[in-house]
Design a protein around this ligand. Structure first.
Ligand SMILES: Cc1cc2nc3c(=O)[nH]c(=O)nc-3n(C[C@H](O)[C@H](O)[C@H](O)COP(=O)(O)O)c2cc1C
Length: 410
């Protein structure tokens, strides 16, 4: 967010203009997809290209997918409707997103340099700003770039995480631009204007997926958890303005917030312990193994010459209980085989959590692996039943309950 969040002119209720600043990075091909998706979702993308960006992709391409004229440094010198282009563009837009955001453009934004239409418009804009950095890993990790990103974040600009992987320069590392879908989620959140509730600005740690407990180098004890419920809770917290960390055993696509991939209960416990030191909320949606093999064979256990195989299992760490500390809102899940609400209530008391979400894994069409769930949220002051519904709807009810706890504590 730029320092003064009040738009220069109040936009109409139907105003869906998104200013898309495009600078000269090789990930610009993803910006074409971003603009197409924004238009498809009913936003009005207004594209501003830098001179370097124009060398990669001609304005005609963006104009075709945005179905509107593209602004660049040539058009900047033409008056429009009595306003200069940078002021007019800043007045029209509700949200600004810079994707790809080059090291150069980020540096200019951090320093307040306004020597092209994109950066001048940024300075003139009052509203939520999102940047999607992308560059070679060494450029990204350079202290100058990191300082610029920190500076922008401190001013309220939402800096989307880069992805690790193969880079266009032929090297591997951090620096790939966030996926267009993740950027659209960030834009949606900025438009939702729901970032003023109790979850706004809170650090929320969500766990998801089933853990894998190694038996040997290739085998494990696991469970059927898909991680979808946790992803839905993390998405909902993000939409409400939270600073989210998703600790999960499942690879995630198109996530606008931080993700930490783990495998076993021990790894998840370590990630949660580290993250909850400074967190406000912990939602333990993950299906963590209750037991793990006492030892894991470093090689591969062979079948030959064995009549049977006995594994000795020992309990895993109780992550939810271990994370308890004053000020941390803890949410547990009780997946019970049957309508055992009384057991869930007892579990809430035993673990001393703020909220316990009960679901019956044997109920038809809901729960593990499914896109739907049916839950009962047990709080200190009562219970909320959410009849069979999309996990997104259940996640919203859980977020409502967390917000109530935060409000009571405030
Ligand atoms: C082929 C090519 C690819 C480039 N890719 C990137 C990139 O991914 N990220 C980046 O920060 N700069 C990249 N650059 C460098 C920028 O284009 C250069 O710094 C330029 O001045 C950026 O201008 P702008 O920020 O006004 O668009 C690339 C340059 C070339 C020639």
């Amino acid at each position: 967010m730029n320092p003064d969040p009040t738009p220069a002119t109040a936009p109409g209720a139907g105003d869906r203009t998104v200013l898309v600043g495009v600078s000269g990075g090789i990930a610009i091909y993803k910006a074409v997809e971003l603009v197409r998706r924004l238009a498809k979702e009913g936003f009005d993308p207004l594209v501003v290209e830098t001179e370097a960006a124009r060398r990669f992709v001609m304005p005609l391409t963006f104009a075709a997918v945005a179905q509107s004229a593209v602004l660049d440094d040539d058009t900047a010198w033409q008056a429009s409707g009595g306003w200069f282009q940078h002021i007019e563009a800043a007045r029209q837009a509700r949200v600004m997103v810079v994707a790809p955001a080059t090291a150069n453009t980020l540096a200019k934004m951090a320093a307040g340099i306004a020597d092209n239409l994109l950066t001048a418009t940024y300075l003139a804009f009052r509203g939520p700003v999102i940047v999607a950095p992308t560059m070679n890993w060494a450029m990204y990790e350079h202290p100058a770039t990191q300082a610029n990103l920190a500076q922008l974040a401190a001013r309220g600009v939402e800096v989307l995480a880069t992805e690790r992987g193969d880079l266009a320069c032929g090297e591997e590392g951090s620096g790939r631009m966030a996926a267009p879908e993740a950027i659209v989620s960030a834009v949606r959140r900025a438009f939702a204007r729901r970032s003023a509730g109790p979850l706004a600005g809170r650090r929320v740690v969500v766990t998801a997926g089933g853990t894998r407990e190694r038996i040997d180098a290739v085998r494990f004890i696991g469970n059927l958890s898909s991680g979808k419920m946790g992803r839905a809770v993390a998405d909902e917290a993000y939409l409400r303005g939270a600073n989210v960390l998703l600790v999960t055993t499942k690879e995630q696509d198109a996530v606008p917030y931080e993700v930490k991939l783990v495998e076993s209960a021990d790894e998840m416990a370590a990630a949660v312990t580290q993250a909850t030191g400074s967190a406000d909320v912990l939602v333990m949606t993950a299906a963590v193994a209750d037991f793990k093999p006492r030892t894991a064979d470093q090689g591969k256990i062979e079948r030959a010459e064995r009549a049977s195989l006995t594994l000795e299992l020992v309990p895993t760490v109780d992550i939810l209980s271990a994370a308890a500390r004053p000020g941390l809102v803890r949410v547990g899940f009780a997946a019970e085989a049957g309508p055992r609400l009384a057991r869930a209530r007892a579990k809430k008391a035993a673990k001393g959590v703020d909220l316990l979400v009960f679901n019956d894994i044997l109920a038809a069409g809901v729960g593990i692996g499914s896109d739907e769930n049916e839950i009962t949220i047990i709080a200190d002051d009562g219970e909320t039943h959410v009849p069979r519904a999309a996990k997104r709807v259940c996640a919203a009810a859980i977020a409502d309950a967390v917000e109530r706890v935060l409000e009571v504590r405030a």
